[in-house]
Design a protein around this ligand. Structure first.
Ligand SMILES: NC(=O)c1ccc[n+]([C@@H]2O[C@H](COP(=O)([O-])OP(=O)(O)OC[C@H]3O[C@@H](n4cnc5c(N)ncnc54)[C@H](O)[C@@H]3O)[C@@H](O)[C@H]2O)c1
Ligand SMILES: [Zn+2]
Ligand SMILES: [Zn+2]
Length: 396
């Protein structure tokens, strides 16, 4: 089959690789019809190089048709249309039954001390072949795949794999009081969708911050009060501007939908870059013990949120040696929640919103649809935020 493979820093290629096969009775094979490109993939493209192996197949946001099922997957039939969550979990352990499939007791990646494995997401998360490919082997298929009806376009459901549950969890963890205020830092696919979810879940005012004009425009068109980072001299000024419109207190909650590659944070950027050019044997172990994040957005969130408010991190952080202003976190009595999205915890709550009325605007959420053969170009375009790229879907 054809698949998008990682070869090196900013070097991804579509190659012919062996077709996946059923290996366990709980596996299924999916023929992918549409598959997303995510901000998380951009981390692999550049700063997470130390955790990658050339040839890794990327991608974790697929929808498709069941092609084959193992004997241990009673509820799936060949021909079913399914969305596959980005994490692999059993559905049956204490963690899964508690609503935390990202922490699944059965599938945790013990060799690296990490939670549930993720499709197409580094050695740390189990080196599982990803979904920017024609076919995908889905382990633990008795739990993960979400059956969706025939008829509506792939775009209607594809975001159940990641964007929707991630945005939903971000808003749930932000715990905004009804009618309260929330600021979302970063208006990429996750931040943009988090604004939409906050609106339908009853937030009173939704503020959005980014520095890419068309991303700001997209959010503004849906009623988000936007702030362009470029129009402020520094983060302090941005924070002051948002405080001004929230009775001087700051918003009840802040979602950080930026993560480790935040604009700003020049020193941390240098350390991240250095790690990506070290010889592979050195860089992996070193990065597991000493790594830093670009914390500009998180620092802004800590400053911005009102005293006693909540910060919800959906942007990915991976530092083992980050300096954090714990004095401020403690003194402001901030509540901090974070993590990979627990997809099946939220999917049944989200599906009622995926109707013809399309309150979350999923049907025209994608800005670009490209054949899988153009994936390398799509990565470059999405990373450089060229050509208005916000969400790219690829068709194998
Ligand atoms: N928790 C999860 O389960 C989960 C799932 C998917 C994605 N993510 C993470 O969420 C983050 C966002 O993903 P995405 O697909 O929207 O990616 P993206 O890269 O398209 O979006 C990030 C946005 O942040 C903006 N930005 C950069 N620095 C900023 C700053 N200092 N202040 C405000 N905005 C700034 C960028 O211009 C960009 O628009 C990534 O870190 C991704 O890995 C987490
Ligand atoms: Zn994703
Ligand atoms: Zn489990």
């Amino acid at each position: 089959m054809r698949a998008l493979t990682w070869q090196g820093k900013r070097d991804v290629r579509v190659e012919t690789v062996p077709d996946p096969k059923i290996q366990e009775p709980t596996d299924a094979i999916i023929r992918i019809t549409s598959t997303g490109l995510c901000g998380s993939d951009l981390h692999l493209y550049e700063v997470l190089t130390p955790f990658m192996t050339p040839g890794d197949i990327l991608g974790h946001e697929p929808i498709g048709i069941v092609e084959e099922v193992g004997a241990g997957v009673p509820d799936l039939q060949v021909g079913d249309r399914v969305v596959v969550p980005f994490q692999i979990a059993c559905g049956n352990c204490w963690m899964c039954l508690t609503g935390l499939p990202t922490q699944c007791d059965t599938t945790q990646v013990h060799t690296h001390g990490m939670g549930a494995p993720l499709f197409g997401y580094t050695r740390l998360y189990g080196s599982v072949p990803g979904a920017q490919a024609e076919y995908l082997r889905v382990p633990q298929a008795q739990y993960g795949p979400i059956k969706v009806p025939e008829g509506p376009s792939d775009d209607r459901f594809v975001y159940l794999s990641d964007v929707l549950p991630t945005a939903w969890q971000a808003v749930a963890y932000a715990d905004v009081p009804q009618g309260g205020s929330i600021a979302v830092l970063g208006l990429g696919p996750i931040g943009d969708m988090a604004c939409r979810v906050a609106q339908v879940r009853g937030a009173g005012r939704v503020f959005g911050v980014d520095l890419v004009p068309e991303r700001l425009r997209r959010a503004r068109a849906r009623g988000v009060e936007t702030f362009d980072l470029r129009s402020f001299d520094d983060e302090k000024e941005l924070v002051a501007a948002i405080r001004d419109v929230t009775d001087g207190r700051g918003p009840d909650a802040v979602i950080d939908a930026v993560g480790t590659e935040a604009h700003g944070s020049a020193a941390a950027r240098m350390v991240q870059n250095a790690a990506t050019v070290l010889p592979r044997k050195l860089s992996g172990p070193l990065a597991e013990r000493f790594s830093v994040d670009r914390l500009a957005a998180l620092y802004t969130a800590i400053d911005l949120v009102r005293r006693g408010g909540t910060i919800s991190l959906s942007g990915i952080y991976g530092g083992t040696a980050d300096p954090l202003p714990l004095l401020t976190l403690f003194d402001k009595q901030i509540q901090l929640r974070m993590g990979q999205a627990n997809v099946r915890r939220w999917s049944d709550d989200i599906i009622p919103y995926l109707t013809d009325e399309d309150p979350l605007g999923v049907e025209d959420f994608a800005t670009h649809r490209v054949p899988l053969s153009q994936a390398p170009h799509a990565y470059e375009m999405f990373q450089n935020k060229q050509d208005g790229a916000v969400k790219v879907l690829m068709q194998p």
